[in-house]
Design a protein around this ligand. Structure first.
Ligand code: 5AD
Ligand code: SF4
Length: 441
């Protein structure tokens, strides 16, 4: 029997992208090759996200599309995996359109689930684990150009922010064996990769202990990974303001191949909201962390996540968010309206009482402010020289290359000589709100 074809659509965060690569690796051992062509697939999986209601609504729409595919080719197996599978469990089977439901800790069991599917007998595994980290699995890389790869260093989350569904969909926090992480990074380096991004829901609470390794915290791990090669760039995400340590910031500052960008989600600038969100830091504490980062690394970009219109948010709370944005001068931000998630502490305890039109207006004010802050941040870089890791041709022109500076800003520059994976030095000539326009130096 020939090998079969697996198609996966990935939604949500970078962790899901990384999980998709793990699923491809597990399924490859059982005779399934990756395809990007849904009409050629024997199995169609959606690796899903539950973070906001609109993320789930999109997937429901896709399930309808998959059902059409199934009508034309009745043997096709359709599976929903990831966070939405974990959250909705059996309810996903009610439509009769889904053959497999598998949560984030069940991927080793996918080949068995596939094997067991029969018409009218869907399969489900949504057990969460306290140990699973897929540490021994070498992911099948799905990046386009062999330059930049994700490496998952931990799974789950113990924070229980009141708005957030992740602890319920991804379970308890657990850290992966540091030796397998360093080994994976060495393999990537040997395969020609130039950049790795270490992934976890809260990387600052990474902690691995064994007799052989001793106690390894995130700063230790970052140093070990950065020391694999000075030619390899290291990024990481996501940091938590309550946990980001002086040791970590100093470790970053001591190694120039650890990229100068920290994603530090603030969520709100109001102490009353932060308390209600159960973030366990204050505005003052957050600004103190920013000051420490700026002191050690004046050139470090700081990016963030912001939620507009959380439960009982007042006009003053909203103004506090706008003012902390001005104070920090974020280089980039992901901005959202609060979306109530069933089962979370907030859904159980606080009414979702900010009217939709007020949420939208506040979000628009936040986006407008960030557009200005982002442009100002880019303008401050005009005249500077950066080392850029080339990703490939720019979107606009075949005579231009694009790539990111250490601070994660996208640079474009005329160049016909270099290729993806090269490091080049550029000078910033001008900018838009999204891009630095550069020339080679
Ligand atoms: N509603 C809106 N945004 C949310 N986020 C997490 N949960 C919710 C929610 N219920 C945002 C946070 C988080 C990012 C990944 O998504 O800003 O940092
Ligand atoms: Fe979405 Fe969060 Fe799950 Fe990532 S961890 S897929 S952002 S719900």
């Amino acid at each position: 029997m020939g090998r079969k074809k697996l198609y996966i659509e990935t939604y949500g965060c970078q962790m899901n992208v990384s999980d998709t690569e793990v699923i491809f690796a597990i399924m490859a051992r059982h005779g399934y090759d990756r395809t990007d062509d849904i009409s050629a697939a024997d199995i169609i999986l959606a690796n899903t996200c539950s973070i906001r209601d609109n993320a789930e609504q999109r997937i429901h729409g896709r399930i309808e599309q998959f059902a059409k595919e199934k009508k034309q080719r009745p043997g096709v197996i359709v599976g929903i995996v990831g966070c939405m599978a974990e959250r909705l469990k059996e309810a996903l089977l009610d439509s009769g359109k889904v053959d497999i439901v598998a949560g984030p800790d069940s991927y080793r069991n996918l080949p068995n689930l596939v094997e067991a599917v029969r018409p009218g007998h869907p399969q489900i595994d949504v057990m969460l684990s306290h140990e699973e980290t897929y540490a021994d699995i070498s992911p099948v890389r799905t990046d386009k150009n062999g330059v930049s790869a994700f490496v998952s260093i931990m799974r789950g989350c113990n924070n229980v922010c009141s708005y957030c569904v992740v602890p319920y969909t991804r379970g308890a926090e657990r850290s992966r064996d540091s030796r397998t992480i360093v080994r994976e990074v060495c393999e990537l380096h040997a395969a020609g990769y130039k950049e790795v991004t270490l992934l976890g829901q809260n990387v600052d609470s990474y902690l691995y202990k064994s007799e052989e390794t001793g106690t390894v915290d995130f700063a230790d791990l970052l140093a070990m990974v950065a020391d694999v090669s000075p030619e390899l760039r290291i990024r990481f995400s996501t940091s938590h303001p309550k946990d980001i340590s002086d040791k970590l910031i100093e470790t970053m500052a001591s190694r120039s191949n650890i990229c100068r960008c920290i994603h530090l989600p603030v969520q709100s600038g109001s102490d009353r909201m932060l308390e209600k969100m159960r973030r366990r830091y204050s505005r003052e504490w957050y600004l103190g962390r920013v000051a420490k980062i700026r002191k050690e690394m004046p050139d470090c970009a700081i990016t963030t996540d912001i939620i507009a219109g959380f439960c009982s948010e007042t006009e003053q709370d909203h103004k506090d968010t706008l003012s902390i944005m001005e104070e920090v001068r974020y280089d980039y931000a992901y901005m959202f309206q609060y979306s109530e998630r069933p089962g979370t502490l907030a859904a159980r305890n606080y009414p979702d009482d900010v009217p939709p039109e007020v949420k939208t207006r506040r979000l628009n004010e936040i986006i407008e402010l960030q557009n200005r802050l982002g442009l100002e941040s880019n303008k401050r870089d005009v005249g500077k020289t950066f080392t850029v890791l080339v990703e490939g041709p720019s979107k606009r022109s075949a005579d231009e290359l694009c790539g990111r500076a250490s601070n994660n800003k996208m640079c474009v520059f005329p160049d016909k000589e270099h290729k993806a994976g090269d490091y080049v030095d550029v000078e910033v000539l001008s900018c838009t709100s999204a891009t630095l326009i550069c020339k080679l130096v």
